[in-house]
Design a protein around this ligand. Structure first.
Ligand code: ZN
Length: 148
């Protein structure tokens, strides 16, 4: 069926995390916490939905995001973004910062975390048509990745 524009569904997740920004000239250099929110907007799944009139079942989307949420909820994201499991990806896609001890590391900024979520989704679900991701760091601040 033809529509003007594109039909998508969005699921919103809430979680808690800690981080700090190494060598940052501001208060975010100190360890602190956030109630974060992740918005995931998708336009479909390879093979389509088995039910007419559903892009992707919200319950299925929740189940798909569960392992990714597990990796960030109540975690220190400084450890998550620098984990060996995706070091090759991070080296190719994220800027490095020099920590106070002189070590080159990746900072768990909202911008880097939204790119990390996209990487995790692409790795786990290559057939998921992700159109937009928003990583909310507070009620008024988010970083967004969207399909160009
Ligand atoms: Zn922060």
């Amino acid at each position: 069926m033809q529509h003007d524009g594109i039909l998508t569904v969005t699921k919103i997740f809430e979680f808690a995390y800690a981080h700090r920004l190494p060598s940052y000239a501001g208060k975010c250099v100190h360890p602190h916490g956030h109630t974060g929110r992740l918005e995931v907007e998708v336009a479909g799944l390879a093979g389509g939905s088995p039910y007419p009139g559903i892009v992707v079942d919200f319950h299925d989307l929740k189940a798909m995001l569960a392992p990714i949420l597990d990796e960030v909820d109540h975690r220190c994201l400084d450890d998550v973004i620098n984990a060996p499991a995706w070091a090759d990806w991070a080296a190719a896609h994220l800027p490095r910062v020099r920590s106070e001890t002189g070590e080159e590391v990746f900072a768990a900024t909202a911008e880097n975390m939204v790119l990390w979520v996209r990487h995790r989704l692409l790795t786990l679900y290559p057939g998921l048509d992700v159109r937009r991701l928003r990583w909310w760091e507070s009620g008024t601040s988010y970083a967004e990745w969207r399909l160009a």
